[in-house]
Design a protein around this ligand. Structure first.
Ligand SMILES: [Zn+2]
Length: 451
């Protein structure tokens, strides 16, 4: 048979990688060959020795925390960074995704503007929030994100324990993930009050006012609640190895829980917080170098299920207000455009992680957890989503060149040894290193298959 498109390169499929080719028709993977020159097609993309990975998935992105960003910019940044599907967080400005009207409006924007595929998180209002879960679930959210820490009383509230338990029961019935930003609001607010009273405003106080216990004590509570409700619990942005120890123990008891860390916690430490100040202010905070080592060990011992960017597209003015007082700067940093290449250098080139494990952390594990069964691996019948990486092709990160509206990064000036050569979504080339972002935005809203 003649395929619409054939991709040739070094293919990374579950459990193995080999030089070969993939045949595509109607946006789907139809054939995989372990020898080159076997599959015939109208269009052939020969990537030589480059790696053809399954389309990579980032389950933690904040398009509208900064409304200057939006879907078009964030999805272009994703395509350039080798992300073919992302899950967008619900804490949008001006209003969070707590009702069907807001959800439908966001789905329309995605179907009109997005360059890559996007699934959506929903969330609940501060009071009696669990009421909105069934309706949002029926309209296709991929999961619910809640917080034990109050970033904003309306948009990103702290949810009380009774409402958390109720939300866990309801999401369990729908077989949907319930994810938490887990920091102990009471503890860290008390530490921040003390620091400000004593005029301790240097960047390092962002770390010192959020010691590891502010994460672990919050996660322990959620693990316990999940054990009583059969919730499909997910802990976002784990920053500390002891959190993973607790998660592992509850996993062994049969609790349905997964954990992610973000690329920043694997690559940056308190040394970077001191050096870069507000640009390196993220929640939870960067940890000490020895704590970073311990987190890395958890990753290599399979204690971490996937890695995300927690892309927060802040601009210079959002960070510079914190130059003399770290508590005034916005928390978060961009990541869609640089995470994959940074992780490839660190995990594959430096630490010799097998390519198939890398693909599991960034594609098959999140696809499975969120029931996105068309995504996640290079196998027959799956969507033809691919991330093509060219290794040994050095370039320097420049925060002023991002497709995202964000123009800050603690990685500004960092030299990478690989770049994203091309990105394919359902058989369409949405980005190439040579030609940039494709003119036509073909991205779509993606629902989990259990809806
Ligand atoms: Zn986040």
């Amino acid at each position: 048979m003649k395929f619409e498109t054939v991709l040739k390169g070094h293919i990374v499929s579950p459990g193995e990688d080999f030089p070969g080719e993939v045949g595509i028709c109607n946006g789907k993977i139809i054939e995989i060959s372990k020898t080159k020159g076997k599959l015939d097609a109208e269009t052939v993309h020969d990537f030589g020795e480059d790696y053809i990975l399954p389309g990579l998935i980032d389950t933690h992105v904040h398009c509208y925390s900064n409304p200057n960003e939006g879907i078009k910019r964030a999805s272009s940044a994703a395509a350039k960074g080798g992300i073919t599907t992302f899950l967008d967080m619900p804490y949008d400005l001006p209003a969070p995704i707590t009702n069907v009207k807001a959800l439908k409006n966001k789905i329309d924007i995605i179907n009109n503007e997005s360059v890559v595929d996007i699934a959506l998180w929903g969330t609940v209002p501060k009071e009696n929030g669990a009421e909105v879960i069934d309706e949002l679930a029926e309209h296709g959210v991929a999961g619910f994100k809640l917080s034990t820490f109050e970033t904003d009383p309306y948009r990103f509230p702290r949810i009380a324990d009774a409402d958390i338990l109720e939300a866990m029961k309801k999401t369990a019935k729908k077989d949907l993930v319930i994810a938490f930003h887990a920091e102990n609001d009471e503890l860290l607010n008390s530490y921040i009050r003390d620091a400000i009273a004593e005029n301790n405003l240097d960047p390092i106080y962002h770390n010192l006012t959020r010691p590891p216990v502010t994460e672990t004590s919050s996660v322990i509570k959620l693990l316990d609640m999940a054990s009583w409700t059969d919730a499909k619990l997910h802990i976002v942005h784990v920053s500390h190895a002891q959190t993973i120890d607790y998660i592992n123990w509850f996993k062994e008891q049969g609790v349905n829980v997964t954990a992610e860390t973000c690329y920043n916690y694997l690559l940056l430490s308190t040394e970077d917080l001191k050096k870069y100040g507000p640009k390196a202010k993220i929640n939870p905070p960067l940890r000490k170098p020895e704590e970073l080592k311990a987190l890395e060990e958890q990753l290599f011992n399979s204690g971490i299920d996937f890695i995300t960017s927690d892309h927060a597209p802040w601009q210079k003015e959002d960070k510079e207000i914190g130059n003399d007082n770290i508590f005034k700067a916005k928390s978060g940093a961009p990541g869609l455009e640089i995470m994959v290449s940074l992780l490839f250098d660190y995990l594959i080139s430096d630490k010799n992680m097998p390519l198939s494990r890398f693909a599991a952390l960034l594609s098959s594990a999140p696809a499975k957890r969120f029931n996105l069964s068309d995504k996640g691996s290079i196998e027959k019948g799956k969507d033809a989503d691919f991330t093509i990486i060219k290794n040994n092709a050095p370039w320097k990160i420049d925060e002023n060149d991002f497709l995202s509206i964000s123009d800050i990064s603690p990685f500004h000036g960092h030299t990478l040894n690989n770049h994203i050569e091309a990105t394919f979504v359902r058989g369409h080339s949405v980005y190439s290193h040579k030609n940039g972002i494709a003119d036509k935005a073909i991205g779509q809203f993606v629902k989990p298959d259990n809806v």
